[in-house]
Design a protein around this ligand. Structure first.
Ligand code: VTB
Length: 334
């Protein structure tokens, strides 16, 4: 994998974002997802690589495209592993709410953790708190450490948590400690990455989201030098999700073991979830977000805003692209 892949991956996420942006606000989350999947797959096919999906839309029998194990790319060139989420925050996209994006992480073969479709307890924090906060510590203790590392008062800290019943206790604890909580309905990748940059006004992501998204967040945080830890959640009583109705703790543990995960309680660090020598994170806004804007359709062009973070050249690029429509007469500067 060399630096030329940066431009290719930019175009992959841009095309996926544009495809699902056509469906923004239509209340059709599956269609928006499908459009992004098709566009992402099609653009990936043009890249000279032996690509492989390690985190995707699911198993082959449930996902016709970008399924786990699917080969993508032209078939010759470097081996590249991908974790993809073509429409992260499908509900946000369907309801035209802020925070949905097309996103992926890439690495050389074997450089991304093949996360099972489980839940994951996550802790993301800025680079200055890296290795100091710890998911094994209480939220209260981590807030104290964050306050010290960031030089901010407790009441100046903003902690993002997904707005879910399972976080009732966590949210109460954060507020009790004196920090502020910003609940989000969906989209914890964007929330995690926002912690990697100064000036976003959010200082940590705490709580349980999906494991595959955790790997994508970890890839970005690893390149940014931010803190990210994840621990799989297998107990339905902890996950408190409709998705796991009828499943048991023992059954989930057995599923993990079948997948080769023998230490289900292990805490994974960012560089274990994204362990490759070369890691690239690419995202393009579908709707507006904290770090970049969503797709804007205009008469003569379509505008996209994206973020590419790469360990290949230690960079984070914020890229605005004007996609000029055929026969365009006049493309405004901004
Ligand atoms: C999580 C989160 C994602 O969906 O997957 C969430 O990581 C689903 O969680 O960012 P629930 O099953 O509790 O609803 C997202 O918010 C969007 O895909």
């Amino acid at each position: 994998m060399d630096r030329t892949i940066i431009q290719e991956l930019l175009e992959v996420v841009e095309q996926a974002a544009i495809a699902s942006a056509h469906l923004t606000g239509h209340g059709k989350k599956n269609e928006a997802d499908q459009a992004a999947v098709e566009a992402m797959r099609q653009r990936m096919g043009l890249i000279a690589m032996q690509g492989r999906i390690v985190i995707g839309e699911g198993e082959r029998d449930e996902a016709p495209m970008l399924y786990i194990g699917e080969e993508v790319g032209s078939g010759s060139g470097p081996g590249v592993d991908f974790a993809v989420d073509p429409c992260e925050g499908t509900n946000l996209c369907a309801n035209a709410q802020d925070g949905s994006m097309a996103v992926l992480a890439a690495s050389e073969r074997g450089g991304l953790f093949n996360a099972p479709d489980f839940y994951m307890n996550k802790l993301a924090a800025p680079p200055s708190a890296k290795g100091k906060v710890d998911i094994r510590k209480s939220a209260t203790e981590n807030l104290r450490i964050l306050s010290e590392c960031l030089g901010l008062g407790m009441d100046e800290l903003v902690i993002v948590c997904m707005d879910r019943a399972r976080h009732k206790g966590l949210i109460a604890e954060i507020r009790e400690a004196g920090a502020r909580v910003k609940p989000i309905s969906d989209g914890d990748v964007s929330a995690a990455i926002a912690c990697g940059f100064e000036g976003t006004g959010t200082h940590a992501l705490m709580g349980i989201g999906a494991a595959p998204e955790g790997v994508i967040s970890a890839a970005a945080m690893r390149c940014l030098g931010g803190h990210f830890q994840g621990q799989l959640v297998y107990d339905p009583a902890v996950a408190q999700t409709k998705e796991w109705e009828g499943l048991t703790r023992e059954g989930n543990l057995a599923r993990l073991s079948e997948m080769g995960i023998t230490e289900p309680d292990r805490v994974y660090e960012a560089d274990e979830l994204a362990s490759g020598n070369h890691v690239v994170f690419a995202a393009s806004g579908i709707t507006d977000g904290l770090l970049f804007k969503g797709v804007k359709f205009e008469r003569d062009c379509t505008r996209t805003s994206s973020l590419i973070i790469s360990s290949l050249d230690s960079s984070a690029r914020f890229i605005d692209t004007v996609h000029i429509k055929p026969g365009a007469k006049r493309v405004a500067l901004s």
